[in-house]
Ligand binder design. Sequence first.
Ligand code: CA
Ligand code: ZN
Length: 300
Amino acid sequence: MATLIDRQKLFFAFSPEILPAERVQQGEEVVLETHDCFEGQIQRTTDLVDSLDWNHVNPATGPVYIEGAKPGDVLRVELLEIKIGDQASMVTIPGEGALGDVITEMETAILKREGNTVVFKDKIRIPIQPMIGVIGVAPAEGSVPNGTPGPHGGNLDCKLMRQGSIAYFTVGVEGALFGAGDFHAVMGDGEIVVCGAEIPGELRFRAKVVPELKGLPTPFVETEDLVATLYSAPTADEAADGAIHNMAKFLTEFVKIPLNDAGMLMSIVGELKFCQVVDPQKTVRFEFPKWVLKEYGFSL
Ligand code: CA
Ligand code: ZN
């Protein structure tokens, strides 16, 4: 039986100061129930963003204290299963997001779940691809609001954070203080109007420290067929630069590919992609195929 942490145990900033909701062993299965990013405040199309209590936006569940995790360790978090609720919400906010300069009307859309789809405006059936928006560990110092992504993770809004993926974070404080929230039934790269199909959910995970990966440039994510470095910065250019250099670091230092070869391979089989361009820091990822790592005799 997995340890269950209910969605009332929430927090709004990743920080060393926040008391753990639960302490678990490495490798123990844990289920986190999560609110949507509005903490359930938006249920119908008449619930507009001007009625939101912004102190209750972007809750994450936890934090979870992982026994034995120490600052500098790399924490490997297996995203074993992601479940989502029955309906998602979306909003437009004039002045916010990548179209905030032209969007003038607040609007709320409710997307009901029908099997493996959500229904947009009663007609467009969109296949769900559940993912986690906010995921990470406490930074070594300071407090980072859940709406902001960074080296500790946070609001990365990366669609690779999905069932079956493995996320890696560098531990900032004893116990790591891991948490997650802000699930999306589906989201496109970029997250143009600052939301995906926002939905409550449930994550089953297990976490453990991986000594041989100490120094891994994190946040880092592994799917069935690729690995990716994630980097957040005030501009997309800086974020891209960071993600690219972190992948080069991983390929040279961990996979032991000479730098020129790593660069050439990144140029022909690597993919630079946006996670989101709408949060206080932009997040870009660099993806690299695992089959090439295998050719070099490397596996994570
Ligand atoms: Ca988000
Ligand atoms: Zn979200």
